[in-house]
Design a protein around this ligand. Structure first.
Ligand SMILES: [Zn+2]
Length: 699
């Protein structure tokens, strides 16, 4: 089941088992080239301060009631062009880049210090191995050779099972499908085994199935990419060309069996619990007992097969395609998924296709920046300890927790007041709200990486071993009770999420920093910005997907039929509104995909507004910089989203991202808030003002 992030997660952070954005798309990253200087002193630099409401980021020549996003962010957009190595540039991404500078200095100290504790040694050596370009160039493909040899020596498709299992350990869901542990949808305290779709090189099934000119062009370009990778891995040009065609054909067949992103938003579509015997009837081409034995799973009775149709399709393909084609397929995915960690011909080709062509970046990120992000991904809770010490004080934790409690109170108040929800459903909703766990800053217990062997001269090997560690950790959860203290993202991550099965909200230290949460500023912009984000995450517990889980995180319908129908009529209003918006060229928002996020954006801001009014009830608020307190609340809200995005990136996200583009995450919300119209004295007929009967009211 999905976790609900607030912001499109950097692909490097996406849990590798979840087929969202593929591993090779790695890395947001990027400061302007001129700022690419190593910190000179041994003092750790602090991140530069930008206030959470900055009037210089506004464009006051724009009428706020015509285009509020442009009014609040026009200045920011002008003074923040997209750096050459970035695919988009936003307040969130800029803050993450600032974090990278800080993490870099931590890592440089850790890699060079003569006397280090075990944590510093591990992260320091990982970083040093990644930065050692000479060693990386010399190693070339060497780290992958044992796996490539194993693929070459495969004698029959029947023997593919143990090999697939071993390869998935290092290369994850690029190898046919994804596997691991998951919370039992019917008993959220228990971990069970799960299988899900995977196995594609392009970011989504739609890339294989759509027939428009752009999709065809992308497939042509993908063929060239596959050919290039296989040539680098030693195939002749002629053979590589044929292999590429074979791979695209095989992946297209697999894509046809995949569940779409929109269909995946219904958790019932992903629940098919069964015994191994039944799994073996659905996909007999794989020997499932041998598979789980090879992966050394704890013994279990039940596996959840998230996408049975995909496994039927895969089964059919395994029976149909000859052995030689599977060897080609596996060889490509092993090399392609590890290209970022190999010598420069591989890393450059990976960049050229996944980041430059598909997402619009102009330049590869400097090596240090990639290495910091890999360390954060692979040893995040080790690096995160040092980060938290620098940026997250107990005072900051206390003040953000206070804000969370106020937003929760506002949500309770709002639920009690809803005129369309019955008392029965309200009681259940209030129970669910009371059951939400608040996780703020960092985990109470840090992950122990002591079993990961880090070798200072073997970067690709380190990545492989870190992947194996993570997968072993994941597999070992099967059959055990759920650990509610666990986090899906590291402390420096600039993002937040709601997990419907945990029924918890997670705000890492990285997202509770200026200009998002600004301890130096007053409540208005802080509630508009971070308050809205907290409200957004809480609301996910009650959106079209999250509302299907109860207070304990179990998939159980707690709504009355009538309330559910009323709720859906209300969210339909939001879906219709966002379907009108254009992303790029002819592409509109797929508002069935973004519905949960759009509803959370609206609900979150309404809750933040109520909570802000409550928190400042007894305070005398005065205008600042010519803006009333209410106007400052809304400008603070809009300025979390200031961004510039390349058209390629917008196009990709329109398929893969459950969030609407930044502009509509602001304008789409204020159109539905009469409080906004009042704050800016908007007149009817202006773009941000809907006729009262058209305003969408969910919360
Ligand atoms: Zn969200």
């Amino acid at each position: 089941m999905a976790w609900h992030y607030f912001f499109a997660l950097p692909p490097s952070k996406v849990n590798m088992r979840i087929p969202v954005l593929a591993l090779p798309l790695l890395l947001l990253g990027g400061l302007a080239a001129g700022q690419d200087q190593a910190p000179q002193s041994s003092e750790t630099p602090s991140t530069p301060y930008t206030p959470s409401l900055d009037v210089r980021s506004m464009d006051k020549s724009i009428e706020p009631c015509d285009d509020f996003y442009q009014y609040a962010c026009g200045g920011w957009q002008k003074s923040n062009p997209i750096p050459a190595d970035q695919t988009s540039w936003s307040v969130y991404e800029k803050l993450y880049q600032d974090n990278l500078m800080l993490l870099r200095s931590i890592l440089e100290q850790a890699s060079g210090a003569p006397e280090r504790n075990a944590v510093a040694q591990r992260i320091g050596d990982y970083y040093a191995a990644c930065m050692d370009e000479t060693a990386v160039e010399q190693r070339g493909l060497a780290a992958l050779q044992p796996d490539l040899d194993a693929i070459a020596s495969l004698r029959s498709v029947k023997q593919i099972t143990p090999l697939v299992a071993r390869l998935q350990f290092a290369y994850g869901d690029k190898v046919l499908f994804s596997q691991g542990s998951a919370q039992d949808p019917d008993n959220s305290e228990q971990q069970i085994a799960e299988l899900d779709q995977g196995g594609l090189g392009l970011p989504d099934r739609d890339y294989y199935l759509k027939e428009d000119a752009k999709s065809k062009e992308i497939r042509e370009r993908y063929l060239e990419h596959v050919e290039k990778v296989l040539e680098l891995a030693g195939e002749s040009q002629e053979r590589a060309k044929k292999s590429a065609e074979t791979i695209l054909r095989m992946e297209t067949a697999l894509a046809k069996g995949q569940l779409s992103r929109v269909d995946r938003r219904d958790p019932y579509n992903l629940k098919h619990k069964m015994k191994i015997a039944e799994l073996s009837r659905i996909a007999p081409s794989l020997d499932w007992r041998a598979y789980y034995k090879e992966l050394d799973y704890p013994s279990f009775e039940i596996v959840n097969l998230a996408t049975p149709d995909y496994f039927r399709t895969l089964n059919h393909q395994l029976a149909k395609e000859p052995l030689a084609n599977w060897k080609t397929y596996l060889r490509f995915h092993v090399v392609d998924s590890f290209s970022p960690y190999l010598s420069s011909p591989f890393a450059d080709e990976n960049f050229a296709f996944y980041r430059k062509y598909l997402r619009g970046a102009k330049e590869q990120q400097p090596r240090w920046k990639r290495c910091v992000q890999y360390t954060d991904r692979d040893l995040g809770e080790a690096l995160g300890q040092a980060y938290v010490e620098k940026v997250f004080s107990p005072e900051l934790k206390a003040s953000t927790l206070d804000m969370v409690r106020r937003i929760e109170d506002a949500m309770g108040e709002r639920i009690r007041e809803l005129d369309w929800m019955s008392p029965e459903t309200k009681q259940q909703a209030l129970n669910k709200l009371a059951g939400i766990r608040n996780k703020i800053g960092y985990p109470d217990k840090w992950r122990d990486y002591s079993s990961v062997s880090i070798v200072r001269t073997d970067f690709a090997g380190n990545v492989e071993r870190a992947n194996e560690f993570e997968r072993r950790r994941d597999i070992n959860k099967v059959g055990k009770p759920v650990d509610h203290g666990e986090w899906q993202i590291s402390p420096p991550t600039v993002d937040a999420y709601y997990d419907p099965q945990m029924n918890d909200i997670n705000f890492p230290a990285g997202v509770l920093q200026p200009p998002l949460y600004d301890a130096k500023l007053d409540d208005a912009p802080n509630y508009g910005d971070t308050g809205g984000t907290i409200g957004h995450e809480l609301t996910h517990g009650f959106d079209d997907e999250g509302s299907q889980f109860d207070a304990n995180g179990n998939l159980r319908d707690w709504w009355t039929k009538e309330d559910r129908a009323k709720f859906e009529a209300r969210t339909q209003c939001v879906e219709d509104q966002y379907a009108q918006y254009v992303v790029v060229d002819e592409v509109h928002i797929n508002s069935k995909l973004t519905l949960g996020e759009d509803v959370a954006d609206l609900g979150g801001e309404i809750l933040a507004y109520i909570a802000w009014k409550g928190a400042t009830r007894d305070k005398q608020l005065a205008p600042v910089d010519g803006l009333t307190p209410e106007q400052r609340f809304f400008v603070g809200f809009a300025q979390w989203a200031c961004a510039n995005e390349r058209p390629e990136e917008l196009r990709l996200r329109a398929v893969t991202d459950e969030h609407s583009p930044a502009k509509y995450r602001i304008n789409g919300v204020v159109e539905n808030m009469p409080e906004f119209s009042q704050a800016f004295s908007c007149r009817s007929g202006q773009s941000m003002v809907k006729p009262p009967e058209k305003v969408c009211k969910v919360w």
